[in-house]
Design a protein around this ligand. Structure first.
Ligand code: NAI
Length: 341
C-alpha cells in the first residue's frame, strides 16, 4: 500500500542554542511537529548564511538582529523572527517592518522567576550567604565580615513597573520595605497595594536599594551614570536584572571604588555577548571592566540566569510555538504584547 506523502511542517532555526533550549523545545514540539534546526552559534551577519529553506528564526538576547541581518533573512525567505525572551532591544524593528518580517516575543513567561532572582541577589549581597557557605566548610565559624542589615523598613526604588517590576514590588512589600517606583505610566493597582510612584530623581535620592526593571532603549541607556550616582545615598545597593546597557560600567566602577555604591548585583552586562552562556574557565578574559567588577567583594555577577527556572523555560517553549503557529496561520497573534511587528 502506498502511503500519502505528508507536507513537511515549517522549519524553525534556533540560534545561540544551549542544551536546555533543545531539551525544552524538543519536548514541547511534540504537539506542533515543526522541523527544528539548532545552531550553537550566535545569529549575526556571518552566521545568517547557515539558514536555508527556513520559515522562522528563533533568537535569544545576544543574537544580532540588525538591518543587515534582517535584509539577509528576507532574501532567504524567512518570514518570522521569534524571540524566545521578553526584551527585544537587539532587534531592529523598523528594519523588520521595511523587509516585511513578523517579529514576536514571549512577553511574560515568568516575571516571578526574574523578580525572585533579583531578591536572591539582594539577600546574598546583604547577608553574604555565599561567604558563609564557604567559611563553614573550612571550619571557620567566625561572623566577622558577615554583618548585614534588616530589609524591613528600608526604602526600595523600582525603575520600570511592568510584569517583573510588579512581581518584585509584591515581594519587597512582603519584606516590610517602603516601596517607591518610577515608570512612564503610573499603575493604580500598585498604588492601592502601597507602592508610591515618584520621580526618577526621588528614586535616586531616597532609595537604599534600587532595582532596574525597565527595558533598554534610547531613553534608558546609561540610566545609572555619574549624574544619577551623585544623587544616590552613600552605600546604595544597585540591582540590575534587566539589560547591561542601563548601567554605564566605568561610572559604576568609580562609584564602587569611592564607596558610593555599597553593593552591586548584576545579572546582565553590556558586553555580555562575548562572555555569558559559555564556559571561559580556561580562557584569558580580555574584558578588563568585567574583571574589575568581579574583583570587588561587594559585587555579585550572575550570567543572565534570572529567567532560568523550569516554569519559565516551559512557558518560553510553549508561547514561542504558539506565537509561530498563529503567525503562520493568520499573520497575527491574539496576545498583542507578544507581537512586535
Ligand atoms: P514589561 O514590558 O512588562 O515592563 C517594562 C516596564 O518598563 C513598563 O511598565 C514600561 O512602561 C516601563 N518603561 C519603559 N520605558 C521606561 C522608562 N524610560 N523609564 C521607566 N520605565 C520605563 O517588561 P518586563 O517583562 O517586566 O521585563 C523588563 C525587562 O527585564 C525586559 O525589558 C528585559 O530587558 C529584562 N529581562 C531580563 C531577564 C533576565 O533573565 N535577566 C528575563 C526577562 C526580562
Amino acid at each position: 500500500m502506498k502511503h500519502p506523502v505528508l507536507p513537511l511542517k515549517p522549519k524553525v532555526a534556533f540560534f545561540s542554542t544551549q542544551v536546555y533550549d533543545k531539551v525544552f523545545f524538543e519536548k514541547y514540539n511534540i504537539d506542533f511537529g515543526y522541523q527544528l534546526d539548532f545552531f550553537d552559534t550566535q545569529l549575526n551577519e556571518k552566521t545568517v548564511k547557515l539558514i536555508s529553506n527556513t520559515d522562522v528564526v528563533c533568537v535569544f538576547v545576544n543574537d544580532v538582529v540588525n538591518e543587515a541581518v534582517i535584509k539577509q533573512l528576507a532574501e532567504r525567505k524567512v518570514r518570522i523572527i521569534a524571540l524566545r525572551c521578553a526584551g527585544f532591544n537587539n532587534v531592529n524593528l523598523e528594519a523588520a517592518k521595511k523587509y516585511n518580517l513578523k517579529v514576536c516575543r514571549v512577553p511574560a513567561y515568568s516575571p516571578e522567576a526574574v523578580a525572585e532572582h533579583a531578591i536572591a541577589m539582594i539577600l546574598t549581597l546583604n547577608r553574604k550567604t555565599h561567604k558563609a557557605y564557604n567559611r563553614v566548610r573550612e571550619q571557620n565559624f567566625s561572623l566577622n565580615g558577615l554583618l548585614g542589615f534588616d530589609l524591613h523598613g528600608k526604602t526600595v526604588g523600582i525603575i520600570g513597573t511592568g510584569n517583573i517590576g510588579k512581581a518584585f514590588a509584591k515581594i519587597v512589600t512582603g519584606f516590610g520595605c517602603k516601596v517607591l517606583a518610577f515608570d512612564i505610566v503610573t499603575d493604580s493597582e500598585m498604588e492601592k497595594d502601597g507602592v508610591t510612584f515618584v520621580s526618577l530623581e526621588t528614586i535616586f535620592k531616597e532609595s537604599d536599594i534600587i532595582s532596574l526593571h525597565c527595558p533598554l532603549n534610547e531613553k534608558t541607556k546609561h540610566l545609572i551614570d555619574k549624574k544619577s550616582l551623585s544623587m544616590m545615598k552613600e552605600h546604595v545597593m544597585i540591582i540590575n536584572t534587566s539589560r547591561g546597557g542601563l548601567i554605564e560600567t566605568a561610572c559604576v566602577i568609580e562609584g564602587l571604588k569611592e564607596g558610593k555604591i555599597g553593593y552591586l548585583g548584576i545579572d546582565v552586562y553590556d558586553q555580555e555577548e562575548k562572555l555569558f552562556f559559555t564556559d571561559h574557565s580556561e580562557d584569558i578574559i580580555q574584558d578588563d571592566a568585567i574583571q574589575r567588577l568581579m574583583s570587588f567583594p561587594n559585587v555579585l555577577v550572575t550570567a543572565h540566569q534570572a529567567f532560568f527556572t523550569n516554569e519559565a523555560l516551559t512557558q518560553i517553549a510553549l508561547v514561542t510555538f504558539n506565537n509561530i503557529e498563529s503567525l503562520l496561520a493568520q499573520n497575527d497573534i491574539d496576545n498583542k504584547a507578544a507581537l512586535l511587528v
